[in-house]
Design a protein around this ligand. Structure first.
Ligand code: 2YJ
Length: 272
């Protein structure tokens, strides 16, 4: 699992998010707020009524400067009431609880989760990220029913994306360097097709979700002007040349935004 660095997230503030929002709309047809609603089947939720706290966590490798601030900015941009607790760790949770928040966001080196105190619900970042990137890819592609979608990396993010694609009746192809993991996934989702050679299927498959930190996996001969890539992974698994060949509007990637927006939406969703 990749640990974010300050450099990955230092730029995420409210001004930057305004531009990111416009760029995201140009790609998907939806603003970030509309996307949050889309992820929960357009359930009408007043995000302005949600009170959230972000708790900095010092355990393990410690606080990542700018991490809590970036999560804060993303939640604020969507319209939530949000603050970063003055205390860290358990004392921070206590502070958030005393201030009667609805949601607490916190991450250590293993897990990034949101806790909905009223609904007794926890949504983990990997699950939320997989769903968000699958939905974003679907929006860019307009329709994925019966289309082949390649999921590279079948960890938690990849599996969440696979579930989404199957619900939307896409034909899912999976690739992972870990052959045992591929077999387990095939056992759980019998309709997916395992592919062991990327060269033989790309660029015929136009829709790709990269859920594994695999530097330079996708190369220039794998892509063309029709390729759409959604890549939650860091580092981005696309060579510089291949990246230049893909239209910017057909490439979805960010270090934190879509995952946090998805965590927020899924944690306050009423319908199961
Ligand atoms: O509070 C802080 O500043 C730090 N404890 C944040 C740590 C952030 N954690 C990570 O980047 C981990 N890799 C977990 C991310 C899970 C992504 N699915």
């Amino acid at each position: 699992m990749t640990r974010l660095t300050s450099d990955d997230i230092a730029h995420i503030n409210l001004f930057y998010l305004k531009d990111y929002n416009s760029e995201f709309k140009a790609r998907t047809g939806k603003t970030l707020l509309e996307f949050a609603q889309y992820l929960i089947e357009d359930e009408k939720i007043d995000f302005g009524k949600i009170r959230s706290a972000v708790v900095p966590i010092t355990s393990g490798k410690g606080i990542i400067p700018g991490f809590s601030e970036a999560v804060f900015s993303i939640l604020k941009f969507i319209g939530c009431k949000v603050f970063i607790t003055t205390k860290t760790d358990i004392a921070g949770f206590f502070e958030a609880f005393q201030k009667k928040v609805d949601l607490i966001f916190a991450a250590d080196d293993e897990l990034f989760s949101v806790f909905n105190l009223g609904a007794r619900k926890a949504i983990e970042n990997s699950f939320a990220t997989g769903k968000a990137y699958a939905a974003a890819l679907e929006l860019v592609a307009k329709n994925i029913e019966n289309k082949e979608v390649l999921v590279i990396g079948v960890g938690k993010v990849g599996i969440s994306a696979i579930k989404y694609f199957l619900e939307k009746k896409a034909r899912v192809v999976i690739f992972d360097r870990d052959k045992e993991r591929l077999k387990l996934v095939k056992k759980e989702f019998s309709s997916v097709r395992i592919e062991s050679n990327l060269d033989s299927i790309l660029p015929e498959i136009k829709l790709i979700l990269i859920a594994a930190p695999a530097k330079d996996l996708i190369q220039e001969h794998h892509v063309n002007y029709e390729t759409i890539i959604a890549c939650p992974a860091i580092p981005i698994g696309v060579t510089k040349v291949a990246w230049k060949m893909i239209k910017p509007t057909r490439f979805i990637h960010d270090p934190l935004q879509l995952g946090v927006i998805s965590m927020l939406a899924l944690s306050i969703k009423n319908k199961s």
